[in-house]
Each structure stands twice: as C-alpha cells, then as structure tokens.
Design a protein around this ligand. Sequence first.
Ligand code: PAF
Length: 282
Amino acid sequence: MRVHEKRLDIAADVAALTKRNKSIGFVPTMGALHEGHLALVKRAIKENEIVLVSIFVNPTQFNNSQDLVNYPRTLPSDVRLLSELSENIIVFAPTPKDVYGDQMSSIDYDFGGLENEMEGKYRPGHFDGVGTVLKHLFTIVSPTRAYFGEKDFQQLQIVKKLVEIEKLSVQIVGCPIYREKTGLALSSRNKRLNDKQLAVSPMIYKTLKQIKKDFGTKSVYKLSEWVSEQFENNEVLTLEYFEIAKVSDLKSIKRKQKNTKYRAFIAVFAGEIRLIDNIALN
Ligand code: PAF
C-alpha cells in the first residue's frame, strides 16, 4: 500500500504507471470512509489494473466554515480499511497546498445551469469548489475512469459536465446509492448523528420510497405537500428542500411530462448535520 502526501510523489507514481499503459481507476473522497466508498473502490478494482483513492477534505467546497471544521478526519483508519480491500491501492492524501499551491480559490464555472439548482441554491459556491478540486486531482492522477456515488446525484451530473468543459479524457462512472439496512443513505456525516437522530433519519428514505410509489397517480403539488407534512411536526429532522426534477437538467418541475425521466431530491437537517438523498421515480 503506497500512501503519498506530496503532489510530486503521486505524479511520479502515476507517470510510471501511465508509461506502462496501466488503466487507473480513481475514487476521489474526503475520507471518513464507509461501505459506500468501499463499494466504489471495489468496483474500481474490478474494472482497472490500478486503483487510486484520494483523501482530501476540500476547503473550497464548504460554504459553511463550521461544517469544514467538524468534518470527520480519520486518515489512519481510512488507510487500514483500504489495505483490507487490497494492498495494491495507492492513496493520495495531500495538504491544501499540495493541491492548490499558494492560490486556494475556486474557478468560476458555468455548468450550464446545473450548478444553480438544489444544492447549488443552498450551498453557494459549493460546485465551483468541487469542480476546481476535481480538475486539479484529475490533472495530477490522469485516471482512465473515476467513480462517484449517486447519493450526490447533482454532483455526478456536474462532474460529467466538468469533463466536457475541461476536455478531460476520464470516463465518469456513476454507482448506486449504498444504504444502511434501515434505508439511511451512507454518508461520512452519519458518524456525527446521535442515537435519536440515527433512529429517526431512516424516514428520509421511507418518504422518498412513498413518493416513488405515488408518483404515477398524484400531482407534483400533492406529493410535495405530503412531504412537507411529514416533516412539519418532526422534532429531530427539519426539511430544507424537497424537489422533483428532470434528470436531464435538474430543473424542478410543477407538472409531469411524457417521456421524461424524473428524480426526487431531498435535503434535511438533523440538528446541524445536513443529510441528502434522492431516488429515481420512473
Ligand atoms: O463527494 C465528495 O466526497 C467530494 O465532493 C469530492 C468528489 C471528493 C470532491 O472533493
């Protein structure tokens, strides 16, 4: 298992692999690894000769400084979990300076409007930060394929757009959401939930499943109203947004149209911890 902190070291490793025409599967993460990340890594192992995992809590994608401070950092146990999967994984765990140099700022991207919907509305600048760090990481790592979970479905669409804009040759692979037995979507933030919050949070996915069930027969207005009611008197969870949106442009809809793919998206606060989830509706 090779763990690199320095950009020059990882670049040398990657250059040697590229010279030998090795396919590189890349899983970018912010650490605090859970089964969801490991599922991405396992898929990358199946589809590539070499797997590289980055562990970097990217400051430019946090619009809330307290969230950045509180984000779990568990590098030693992350490395142990990865080494249990394979001793051949290469880990890149850089400092901000190694990624950004002296200029830790985001590029101002135009992702064709994808960046202004949902997460973009509630987390200004977030996707510029994600796009910028991935541009840097893709440049350093030169991956053949890069793996992203559908829990961050909007991020996945934006990364595909980023690849188009920056004319990168990496293939972006979206992977299904990994859930606890209770249905709660796995997230590094779940580590911060207390017992009560953990016990109540599975209702997020239950709500989405009910929406999927009712999608064919009820109006978007009725569905949204029902979701608001579910959270109205909830002492533990506060609804930030619920939206039904077109998969193609992520614009939220008021009325359904034929031959169009939709997904439901939700963001909820459990205390200060923000949880998101989504589901394909048709
Ligand atoms: O999904 C994440 O963990 C992050 O947004 C990513 C893709 C690693 C970029 O920092």
